[in-house]
Write a protein that binds this ligand. Structure first.
Ligand code: NOJ
Ligand code: CA
Length: 683
């Protein structure tokens, strides 16, 4: 039986086989070169022998698809989904005759496969204690990785060879309210570059009712093996009734680093939109009563006390630093409305923040309907509406998902009644109940339940401390954005000097391959005067560039209104789009630099952003991609000659010029710098 398939243009090939003792394995070739060598696949179960040996192929079915689908919002409007598929049916040669099918899909930008457990005689439920999917690399590639933490993705990226990966060395962490790294494993996406310049990125797609996958590293044999996130409460990794399918195991394959960002493999491996029309959600820029808390100018809490019955009462001890007041909200709403910013996030509006983190028992601390005494929710929402601004609700669950689930309907109904269509959720701290982790099956299901409830009430979700993005946004387009990386906030308070300049040039080729990022760009007061030991490690021009580089349909202008007032560079934040007709990655290398240009949907305007690491560099821009015969009014924001992220971060040159498709420009990016360009079509 033929058990291999190639991608539509023949560039990527998957070969499947069985060893002499009936163990399934696969290989992946790119342009004829083996990039994944013989890699075995098996499962261990509780109360059942491992599914590993004595398997036979009972059937092989081939299929293919070539379709275009439309994103309701996204990096581009139309996505091409073109693959060749092979479904291999396997049966154990034993009295139990257990069955598993493996579905492989070969795309021109990578491959994916998943396990499908059909209904069968031997059992009706599987309790998986380990999935052992191997990825055997063929060289000691350069890798960009974060540790396989079961509780958080907010780590700095490490750049090492496979043989030098040491996640256990990163176990202790002063900045994280929760972290658990049980072994030498990495989280996904992990991106690699081979000696020949081929780029590979390993991840998963459609993580549904299953545990998140980390990859255990064998530094000697250069082999990665799936290590699912577990639960100390249950002792297993996954429990599922038959039939079910696992998430896709994915490898994006690119001859150039930039093609990784072009790849749509992850969304293509997800199911089509289940929600139908979600026009109640509009991509937008938003501000927040937020950064002022992170830079210690205001606080989330008000200064209340909890009585014996667990009720929060105002005992006259308000400290006067509370950020989420009606008055402050109105100030932000006025500013947003004057500056083409359509959303406002308000954190610290509800009671409970006096005990939100650092407490072992956080159940029942927060509810999601009771405002502090100095915040009039309805008044704020109505005032915002009058001014054309939408309030973004905030739910910090403090990682007590059972408390949150009990209130889901009440909390989301309140939003629906108020006409609020977006919520930012948060999960700071160790999960309650003890023994569960942020990335285990139990929490994967919690995050999905929130998404489904939100959809029911027409609410879009921006999750912080989330489960990783695996392309679910295709199926649930109300999954608009998420954190799941070290965001801007670390620059305000982390005890390790903040995010280094190489952070985002790595993120663009790793975390961003998974999906939209709520990074919260737009700090203008880069030196953070209220924070003695912290500053943002980019230039101002780079902060602008991030609106184009980092993709998210909700994009924050995170600084305080006062810090934007009178700043000519703020014009770019006002102008920049958030929803795109198409995206082109002009150039870039992982960890060094990247330049992206995006065409705004429905306007034919373009926006370009470029960022660099701690090295200054020159970028040559060729505007040949613009429509022939059209003229664009451009504003160019670039690092001034003497700009430098450490010593002179806010030095910026702003210049207006006329641009056509024959224009060429050389732009110098400072150390930790960047540039941004808006191109408005002259009509
Ligand atoms: C952590 C989130 O990442 C941050 O954005 C938020 O302000 C705090 N939690 C409080 O919820
Ligand atoms: Ca966070």
């Amino acid at each position: 039986m033929n058990t291999e398939i190639s991608s539509p243009n023949g560039i990527n090939k998957i070969e499947f086989g069985l060893s002499k003792n009936g163990s399934p394995f696969y290989l992946v070739k790119h342009k004829g070169n083996t990039i994944i060598d013989t890699s075995f696949m098996s499962f261990d179960f509780r109360n059942l022998p491992s599914l590993k040996y004595n398997l036979e192929i009972t059937d092989v079915r081939l299929n293919s698809l070539d379709e275009n689908w439309e994103m309701p919002w996204g990096e581009q409007r139309i996505v091409k989904n073109n693959y060749h598929e092979m479904l291999v049916s396997l049966r154990e040669n034993s009295p139990k005759a257990r069955k598993v099918n493996i579905r492989f899909k070969a795309y021109d930008d990578g491959i994916g496969f998943r396990y499908e457990f059909p209904k069968q005689r031997a059992t009706d439920t599987l309790i998986i204690t380990d999935e052992n999917t191997e990825f055997k690399l063929t060289g000691d590639h350069m890798c960009w990785w974060i540790p396989g933490d079961w509780d958080i993705y907010e780590h700095l990226y490490n750049s090492t060879k496979i043989s030098e990966i040491d996640a256990l060395a990163l176990k202790e962490h002063v900045n994280l309210a929760q972290t658990f790294i049980p072994e030498n494993a990495v989280n996904t996406p992990i991106t690699m570059r081979t000696e020949n310049g081929l780029h590979l990125s390993f991840h998963e797609a459609n993580l549904t009712d299953y545990a998140g996958m980390t990859l255990k590293v064998d530094t000697k044999t250069l082999k990665f093996t799936s290590e699912l996130v577990g639960s100390d409460r249950t002792g297993y990794k996954v429990k599922r009734a038959l039939p079910f399918t696992t998430p896709w195991r994915t490898i994006q394959i690119a001859d150039k680093a930039t093609e990784l960002i072009d790849s749509k493999l992850i969304v293509n491996l997800n199911e089509p939109n289940k929600l139908g029309d979600i026009s109640w959600f509009k991509p937008m820029k938003y501000m927040g009563i937020w950064w002022e808390m992170h830079i210690d100018v205001a606080s989330w809490d008000y200064g209340m006390e909890q009585n014996e019955n667990g009720k929060w009462v105002d005992t006259g001890k308000a400290h006067g630093r509370h950020g989420a007041t009606t008055e402050n909200a109105k100030k932000y709403i006025d500013f947003a409305s004057e500056n083409n910013i359509k959303g406002l996030l308000i954190e610290g509006w509800n009671t409970g923040w006096e005990r939100w983190t650092g407490f072992a028992d956080r159940e029942g601390i927060f509810d999601f309907v009771t405002p502090y005494p100095d915040y009039d929710l309805e008044e704020v929402v109505n005032y915002a509406k009058e001014k054309g601004v939408d309030i973004i609700m905030h739910h910090e669950t403090s990682a007590a998902p059972r408390t949150y689930e009990k209130q889901l309907d009440t909390a989301y109904k309140l939003m629906h009644d108020l006409g609020i269509h977006a919520v930012k959720t948060g999960y700071v701290g160790k999960i309650i109940p003890k023994g569960e982790y942020h990335h285990g099956q139990w929490m994967v299901n919690h995050y999905r339940k929130v998404l489904e409830t939100a959809a029911k009430y027409e609410v879009a979700v921006d999750a912080h401390e989330p489960i990783k993005a695996t392309g679910i946004r295709r199926t649930y387009p109300n999954a608009v954005s998420r954190e799941g990386l070290r965001g801007q906030e670390f620059n305000a308070w982390s005890q390790d000097g903040g995010n280094p300049p190489e952070h985002l040039p790595i993120v663009a080729f790793t975390r961003m391959l998974a999906g939209p990022i709520d990074f919260t760009p737009g700090v203008f007061d880069i030196s953070l005067p209220t924070k003695e030991n912290n500053q943002v490690n980019t230039t101002l021009a780079q902060q602008l560039a991030l609106y184009v580089i980092i993709y998210s349909p909700i994009q924050m202008a995170c600084d305080l209104p006062d810090n934007y007032e009178g700043q000519p560079a703020f014009q770019f934040v006002k102008d920049v789009g958030v929803d795109w007709e198409q995206t082109q990655v002009l150039n870039g290398e992982v960890g060094d630099y990247v330049t992206i240009e995006r065409e705004e949907k429905n306007t034919e305007n373009w926006f370009i952003g470029g960022i660099t690491d701690e090295n200054s560099r020159e970028i040559n821009l060729d505007f040949g991609f613009l429509t022939d015969g059209k003229t664009y009014d451009a504003i160019i924001y670039r690092d001034a000659k003497d700009a430098n992220f450490k010593t002179n971060p806010t030095a910026i040159d702003i210049e207006k010029m006329e641009i056509t498709n024959s224009t060429k420009l050389n732009i110098v990016l400072a150390e930790g710098g960047g540039f941004a360009i808006s191109l408005t079509l002259r009509k």
